[in-house]
Design a binder for this molecule. Structure first.
Ligand code: FES
Length: 77
């Protein structure tokens, strides 16, 4: 099970077609993004892009069912 980094999503202004690597393990010190801290654990970052410039809400509890996006699961933790 990934580490709960925080029980609130984080908003970012995503840039169209930019590639991001969302941390799925909760260990990165560069949240919400991967910094390689998952090495040695059974996690890999979720690589994603967006097809437009827009504000998005990324999961920071790492328990979402729709990674990398917040799905409200943090409210049940
Ligand atoms: S540091 Fe968490 S997935 Fe890479």
């Amino acid at each position: 099970m990934p580490k709960i980094f925080s029980k609130a999503p984080i908003a970012i202004d995503a840039i169209k077609d930019k590639k991001y690597a969302w941390c799925s393990c909760g260990l990165s010190e560069n949240q919400p993004f991967c910094n390689g801290a998952h090495k040695g654990f059974a996690f890999t970052p979720k690589i994603f892009t967006n097809n437009e410039d827009k504000k998005i809400y990324l999961c920071n509890c790492k328990q979402t069912s729709n990674p990398p996006y917040c799905d409200g699961t943090h409210n049940k933790l």
